[in-house]
Ligand binder design. Structure first.
Ligand code: ATP
Length: 586
């Protein structure tokens, strides 16, 4: 397949402003793609070359990419820099410069998708001394063989700014249409994706083996399983009602979620976003090697910072010290951690995700060797709201955020990648009015005036609606930002700027600047109200209205640990709105 064919699609996708049109284009593209390279086409289209858990990034900064443009085009540095300050997009600069290039291109061979992919792979893999130079050389070689439009997308991919807006969920829709015959088969593809977190791999199996192959999809140790997530409610009583009167209530530890994979002596640690964070935690790797008695296992735990002198649990923020690239061993001593295991997904060849929770917990108990630092989540089985409330207070006292209360019925399987009512969290803040925070995605911004001139005055925020795979606007937030935040925001958002409203954004408010949904911020509001402008849950409560958050403010917490699809969902906001109504009625 020629890379130029792919580029033709990219041009069309870039111009669309609607989600359905985007999916249709993607369907067309996948139909035309040869099965052997469909994984590569999928990765490139979402602006990657591997699934994120591989942890190998292209890592080319704009400045470096511009050097490659200079080498490939023969244009002067001055001209390139001028174009860059005017256009602000390396892709467009590359396109423009290559159109003017001085070398002859008449007999140039056309690039195949594989050519581009393997050059990008080489760029990603270049490491050690001289790596930067090597990356520039490979990139300029690739640009020299490309047409201007091709160069535009190569440069965007290599600098991590593809911005087409195609995400894993969009690809899933397209796969179900192409290989399943219709969207009603989406669940089958989604399951495979949830078990592997690798959309390229799912596409390849679908293209090579058809839907039957996808149905037989199996868990692989080393490929992260998408995490099961919890809903929320504000009282033990409501929770028990929802769980048919009986539950297991577990401490909700305030640390970092880890999905740990072990295969003999090899250990992988994946974050909540399924990034490979093994290198950050050599101490955890050691704990797993000594305390997990199984040849093969996929387990989940919360990793919590503890006071080295007392062993008491410390708040989540303390763990941030462990995010450093240097002095890791010093940090291990200063900020030691405990592990609290709460689930077993796969052990010694057996897929446990289809087993009820208490069975999984039994397996967990049989393979975790408990000591001072490695434990199983503290839990009670109960059908008494008072007892659960008491346990909740105990959890808070111990330094936890509250409880995760879980179903123990026969339906209590591990639902990978889903937020559902099998797990329900009970946190302290839910017990008052809307002092509960939400995690929203920045989709647009408004220019600042006065003191904020030159930065953004407010941001347009959206919740995620997984059913539509669309981000629905829910508030405009202008408070809570410190001077430091205001200085940082334009820089943080710049790489995600797009010329028009994103195809997967639904907003009734016109922003001055639009962004690809990427950055997640924690927002606190006073209450949820019906709004004629915002599109969250449009038409569900009011005929001509959606839900909005009133008096929203930024809490100061950037949720880089969440992908946009992990943001608070529109359904959750609806649920919060209903809880609020109930409270008012009381
Ligand atoms: P929050 O922002 O409240 O942490 P979240 O969106 O990151 O929520 P949720 O699924 O809503 O994630 O809440 C569950 C989270 O609580 C898990 O991701 C996990 O990190 C943490 N946790 C702590 N203890 C437990 C436990 N015993 N069982 C399940 N999850 C737990």
């Amino acid at each position: 397949m020629l890379f130029s064919e792919l580029v033709e699609f990219y041009e069309k996708i870039e111009a669309t402003t609607g989600r359905i049109e985007m999916t249709n284009l993607l369907v067309d593209l996948l139909r035309r793609t040869p099965p052997e390279i469909i994984d590569k086409v999928v990765y490139l289209t979402i602006g990657e070359i591997y699934p994120p858990f591989i942890g190998l990034e292209l890592g080319v900064a704009d400045k470096l990419a511009l050097r490659a443009v200079k080498l490939a085009s023969g244009m002067s540095e001055k001209e390139i820099n001028q174009a860059y300050s005017k256009l602000g997009d390396v892709g467009l600069v590359g396109e423009k410069m290559l159109a003017k290039r001085t070398q002859a291109t008449l007999f140039m061979e056309q690039l195949a998708v594989e050519d581009v992919y393997s050059a990008l792979e080489k760029i990603a893999k270049a490491s050690g001394e001289g790596a930067m130079e090597m990356k520039v050389q490979i990139l300029s070689g690739l640009l020299a063989s490309s047409q201007p439009k091709e160069a535009k997308y190569i440069l965007r991919i290599v600098t991590g700014k593809m911005r087409l807006g195609v995400a894993d969920m969009t690809v899933l829709d397209a796969l179900s249409i192409v290989f399943g015959g219709g969207k009603e088969t989406r669940e089958i593809f989604e399951r495979a994706y949830n078990l592997s977190s690798d959309i390229g791999y799912v596409a390849k199996i679908a293209a090579l083996e058809g839907i039957e192959g996808v149905k037989k999809f199996k868990i692989t140790v080393g490929k992260p399983i998408r995490p099961m997530l919890a809903e929320r409610l504000s009282s033990a009583e409501e929770i028990l009602q929802k769980l048919n009167g009986k539950c297991i209530a577990e401490y909700k530890y305030d640390g970092e979620r880890m999905q740990i994979h072990k295969k003999n002596n090899e250990v992988w640690i994946f974050s909540r976003r399924l990034e490979n964070i093994t290198w950050q935690y050599p101490d955890v790797v050691q704990m797993v090697k000594t305390n997990i008695v199984a040849d093969e296992a996929i387990l989940e735990c919360e990793c919590v910072a503890v006071n080295p002198d007392t062993g008491d649990m410390l708040p989540f923020q303390e763990l941030m010290h462990r995010k450093r690239k240097y002095d890791i061993h010093k940090m291990i001593e200063q900020y030691p951690v405990n592990l609290y295991f709460f689930d077993a997904l796969y052990v010694n060849g057996e897929d446990l995700t289809i087993k009820p929770l208490l069975e999984r917990r039994k397996v967990l108990e049989s393979i975790v060797k408990i000591d001072d630092k490695v434990k199983i989540s503290k839990a009670i089985i109960s059908s008494d709201p008072k007892e659960v409330e008491k346990f909740f207070n105990e959890a808070i006292e111990a330094g936890c955020e509250g409880l995760v209360v879980k179903s123990i019925g026969p339906e209590s399987i591990y639902r990978a990648g889903a937020r559902g009512w099998l797990w329900i969290k009970l946190k302290r803040s839910y017990k008052s009015e809307m002092t509960d925070t939400v995690d929203l995605v920045v989709v647009g911004a408004f220019h600042g005036r006065g003191k904020r001139a030159g930065s953004y005055g407010a941001l347009l925020m959206a919740a995620y609606n997984p059913d539509r795979d669309v981000f629905e606007s829910v508030c405009k937030v202008g408070s809570g930002f410190t001077d430091e935040d205001l200085a940082k925001l334009p820089e943080l958002l710049e790489p995600h700027k797009i010329p028009h409203k994103h195809a997967r954004v639904d907003s009734g408010m016109e922003a001055d600047v639009w962004f690809e949904p990427k950055i997640v911020l924690e927002i606190l509001g006073d209450e949820i109200t019906i709004s004629p402008i915002h599109r969250c849950c449009w038409g569900m409560i009011a005929e001509d209205g959606g839900l909005a958050i009133r008096f929203p403010r930024f809490t100061g917490r950037y949720r880089f640990d969440k992908s946009p699809e992990d943001a608070t969902t529109s359904k959750e906001i609806l649920e919060m709105y209903r809880t609020q109504l109930k409270k008012i009625a009381e």
